[in-house]
Design a protein around this ligand. Structure first.
Ligand code: ZN
Length: 183
């Protein structure tokens, strides 16, 4: 049995776990990066769009939440500050485990598989899967912490990274000189 693809135009923020866990849930469509504000904060081009296929489906008794993503986002190169493309396309997949049967399921999981505990993502016990936030979390992790062009024009021979701390403020020096002149 294949679950019907939900036709809503936008990615649902949440889906009810008890309603969909057994019959499965799928959604496919385009997600504007502006719908994911934390991710949009990392992106230069606000018209970037992600193509997303979301699937919640049981496989060998384990419930898998899968995001099949195709997207290239424009982020700022941390060296020259110009736009650089970051391909965040991929298959993001995690098992959703319920605490009461976590142990048995953990044994069945491949040790490289990602999993989340339902109780931890739904701390209020309402069993609502925040599928939009979970997608955003995955994509934030897919963006390098310090993105740089491989062949950045600003490339220098120095081995060290560009210092994170701002250089000494020239006006602060000026302030000191002014103090001396007037004193
Ligand atoms: Zn660059």
């Amino acid at each position: 049995m294949t679950a019907p693809t939900h036709q809503s135009a936008t990615l649902p923020q949440n889906i009810a776990f008890d309603k969909w866990a057994d019959i499965g849930f799928t959604w496919q469509g385009d997600v504007p990066v502006t719908a994911l504000p934390r991710l949009a904060g990392q992106v230069i081009a606000s018209d970037d769009v992600l193509s997303v296929a979301l699937t919640l489906a049981r496989q060998d008794k384990i419930l898998w939440l899968t995001y099949d993503v195709k997207a290239v986002l424009s982020v700022a190169c941390q060296r020259c500050l110009n736009s650089m493309p970051v391909d965040v396309s991929g298959n993001y997949r995690m098992a959703i485990l319920e605490s009461e049967n976590k142990i048995g399921y953990l044994e069945a999981l491949d040790e490289t598989a990602d999993y989340v505990l339902l109780d931890e993502i739904c701390p209020d016990g309402k069993k609502i899967l925040p599928v939009e936030d979970m997608l955003e979390d995955e994509l934030l992790l897919a963006i390098p912490l310090s993105p740089r062009h491989d062949d950045c024009d600003m490339h220098t021979d120095s081995v060290g990274d560009v210092a994170d701390e701002p250089a000494e403020n020239p006006f602060a020096v000026l302030e000191q000189l002014k103090g001396k002149l007037s004193g």
